[in-house]
Write a protein that binds this ligand. Structure first.
Ligand SMILES: O=C(O)CCC(=O)C(=O)O
Ligand SMILES: [Fe+2]
Length: 355
């Protein structure tokens, strides 16, 4: 059975879009809310064209194809953690329209209705640009809290920028999984975030995965403890392009790294760099006047995953070796970069061990 055969259709909540009590009931029951066409398709198509045009200039698309079609150049495959990925991703990240869409009224009104108070998009916006047939790098099963932290009540909004049928690798959620009411233990994995949780290790979790063939404008909303994953992009040649932005109550604390551009810890990128060509300052540094209390980043999740990757690499695990190679290339001078380099050098000097 393939990954997607086991998934049920997401419950659609457009019928309750104006009913805060009903939306809260559904969020409590299911651990997510899903809306068809919440976002305006023409605006999204325009954003899609802009984002993919930047990717085409960066060499990610087949030359001479229409950027809107997102036809990937297989020789350009890369993913989060690779410097080649951030080189192009950070150019996409500078687009004003990509940041503005996180503030759109449709999303803000809905989230404020659900939470019953003023909400704020977190400064760190996120796009995922996922190459086809690069499936070992698919986003693993996880809870968002381990990455984005802050409070358990933060809401993630995931929207494909373009239609996203199952084979293009949209998001799937484990229904009701937020009811575990705690952050579960995560372990090393390849894929965005490098952290993975095993639902079968927790008796209280079911296996009710929900997903759909997403269409442009559809939006999935879930809190920080809901377990979810991406499906693999098994298309022949299409890039998957999506947004996942996070929202918090105005006044709630925010983890310090969420004040920075995404992946700026891997390749430097400042807000000044991001804003350089914008023609409006309406959404620049907007969080400063809202002045959220700032929490230090909890590093234990990723520290543990790194220690596991080292151990696995020493035992010959190729995924872990690939992870360490990326780290050593990207960040040779950091403590983890130095450890990764030294583990890989030891393995290189003992090639017979795994033959
Ligand atoms: O789009 C992806 O691959 C990952 C998205 C995700 O994990 C999220 O929206 O929280
Ligand atoms: Fe996530």
């Amino acid at each position: 059975m393939s990954n997607t055969d086991q998934c049920t259709e997401l419950r659609v909540s457009n019928d309750a879009q104006a009913d805060g009590d009903e939306l809260r009931r559904r969020l409590d029951d299911d651990g997510y809310l899903f809306f068809r066409r919440l976002l305006d398709p023409p605006g999204l198509i325009d954003l899609r064209r802009r984002m993919l045009t930047v990717m085409q200039v960066g060499g990610w698309l087949v030359d001479g194809t229409d950027p809107v079609d997102g036809i990937a150049n297989p020789n350009a495959r890369s993913t989060e953690g690779d410097l080649e990925y951030t080189d192009v991703y950070h150019e996409v990240y500078k687009l004003q329209a990509f940041h503005e869409i996180a503030h759109c009224r449709e999303v803000m009104d809905l989230l404020e209705l659900v939470r019953g108070c003023s909400m704020m998009p977190q400064p760190q916006k996120v796009a995922r640009l996922w190459f086809p047939k690069f499936t070992e790098h698919t986003t693993p099963i996880h809870q968002d809290f381990v990455h984005f932290q802050g409070t358990h009540d933060n809401l993630t909004c995931w929207s494909p920028i373009g239609d996203c049928p199952r084979e293009l690798g949209g998001l799937a959620v484990l229904r009701g999984s937020h009811k575990v009411d705690r952050v579960l233990e995560h372990h090393f994995s390849l894929g965005a975030g490098s952290l993975h949780v095993d639902p079968s290790a927790h008796e209280e979790l079911n296996d009710q995965w929900h997903t759909t063939d997403y269409e442009i404008g559809d939006t999935l909303i879930f809190p920080a403890l809901t377990i979810h994953k991406a499906l693999p992009n098994v298309t022949e040649d299409r890039l998957r392009v999506s947004l996942d932005n996070r929202y918090q109550r105005v006044g709630d604390p925010i983890a310090e790294h969420m004040l920075n551009p995404h992946l700026s810890s891997m390749s430097p990128l400042s807000w000044e760099d991001v804003y350089r060509d914008w023609d409006s300052d309406e959404f620049q540094y907007y969080w400063k006047e809202l002045d959220p209390p700032v929490l230090p980043k909890i590093t234990s999740f990723l520290d543990q995953a790194f220690a596991e990757a080292v151990k696995l690499a020493e035992d010959g695990d190729e995924r872990a070796m690939l992870h360490l190679k990326r780290l050593a290339t990207r960040d040779a001078e950091s403590e983890q970069g130095r450890i990764a380099t030294s583990v890989l050098a030891t393995l290189d000097s003992q090639p017979h061990r795994f033959r």
